[in-house]
Design a protein around this ligand. Structure first.
Ligand code: MG
Length: 403
């Protein structure tokens, strides 16, 4: 099998409401790039990349001369062909590599008629558990969906919990003043004392502020405190809080993982199939974590069904997946794959059993959301539509006004 072409299509898929985070917001939709890698046997492997537009599509097209003639089975060679660590200092292709790796695993699986998980060691579970991943939200265009007050947050969590069966809840914070978000987080925890909770302000608090917050939640059933402050050295200062610390920001490659093993700062590593450059690097990183008894979970960087499939195949094969995965997925109104959105049952999603990634493009949906992208264009992820001109500091003190 040889690669003969690679194509990229930008799509934008609506969310139920704009999702706020410490750096800005998802403005009511996700923008994603669908990557198709075609082989000489006519098979098409699927990949997905965050963001999109002319530059993302050009970056994918620019890989064509590197990839045409490459054997999709040669996955280790692929890394050095397009993203070796010293050349990557200049061209930073890790996330492009990830999209191509997904597509190659999809091609191999289709060629051999086996699911991707069988290429990754075989599945250990049929379904992957997910957390509810709660966001403060702006109202949607139709005026509903706002999540701002503790009451709205608990009501929103109740809806998701009832609809999808979540028993683990992650609150994305870093939007409002920490004291206010503390009140919101405690309201959640008191609504379901038997559930488990995570708070993630995306590194926006100072070490001192994060310490105050951590001390104020120590009595709750916290699974972990995710990126309370910025940097391995900031996180390390919070280890005495007695709450496991998690990250998807300061351990996102093997150098940082090694640093964290030699001088521990973080207890749980959230593996992101895009940030790490593919599913296989995440499997390797999980093995390092197993050796050093670090926790692992599956991170969500905002996915459609192709990326979700990579997260499910990853989740299926990790023996040490002791935490529910994160997904933005339930905030989407639709998907680009055949059959539409994958369903949650009891807080879990079934691992696709079809060949390769086990998901196929719904061409009509891709065309519809590519057209929507042409109509709407991109949006600045690191800006907040409710606060024109605003941008945060790290550590932040420019919080949104909860009133
Ligand atoms: Mg995070």
């Amino acid at each position: 099998m040889k690669i003969v072409d690679i194509r990229a299509t930008t799509v934008t898929v609506p969310l139920e409401a704009p999702l706020r985070h410490s750096n800005g917001a998802h403005w009511g939709r996700f923008v994603r790039t669908i990557v198709e890698v075609e082989a000489d046997n006519g098979l098409i492997g699927l990949g997905e990349l965050g963001g999109g537009g002319e530059s993302a599509e050009a970056a994918i097209r620019g890989l064509r001369e590197y990839l045409v003639g490459h054997d999709p089975f040669a996955l280790e060679a692929l890394r050095f062909a397009i993203a070796n660590p010293t050349a990557s200092l200049y061209n930073n292709r890790t996330q492009l590599l990830a999209a191509v790796e997904f597509a190659c695993l999809d091609l191999i699986g289709q060629h051999l008629d086996v699911p991707a998980y069988d290429l990754l060691g075989g599945k250990l579970r049929d379904r992957v558990p997910f957390a509810s991943y709660l966001f403060f939200r702006l109202a949607s265009a139709s005026g509903d969906g706002e999540v701002r007050t503790p009451e709205q947050l608990v009501a929103h969590a109740r809806e998701l919990r009832d609809a999808h069966g979540f028993t683990v809840h992650k609150l994305k914070g870093g939007v409002f003043p920490p004291g206010y978000e503390l009140e919101c987080y405690r309201a959640l925890a008191s609504a379901w004392p038997e559930d488990r909770f995570r708070y993630d302000p995306n590194g926006s608090m100072s070490v001192a502020e994060a310490r105050r917050f951590g001390q104020a939640i120590r009595d709750l059933p916290n699974e972990y405190f995710e990126d309370p402050t910025w940097g391995l050295n900031g996180m390390r200062q919070l280890r005495d809080l007695g709450i496991p610390l998690a990250t998807n920001t300061v351990v996102v490659n093997f150098e940082q993982l090694a640093t964290n093993v030699r001088d521990p700062a973080v207890d749980v590593i959230l593996l992101d199939t895009t940030f790490w450059g593919g599913i296989r690097p995440c499997v390797k990183a999980a093995a390092v974590c197993e050796t050093f008894q670090l926790g692992v979970a599956v991170h969500s960087s905002g996915e459609l069904g192709i990326q979700l499939a990579t997260m499910l195949h990853l989740g299926a094969v990790l023996p040490n997946l002791t935490y529910a995965a994160d997904a933005h997925y339930h905030h989407l109104r639709d998907d680009v794959i055949v059959g539409g959105k994958m369903p949650y049952v009891d807080g879990t999603i079934a691992v696709p059993d079809g060949p390769g990634l086990g998901v196929r493009l719904d061409r009509e949906r891709v065309a519809r959301y590519a057209e929507l992208y042409r109509e709407l264009g991109g949006y600045p992820y690191d800006r907040d539509p409710a606060r024109p001109g605003w941008y945060p500091l790290i550590p932040n003190d420019r919080w949104a006004d909860p009133s």
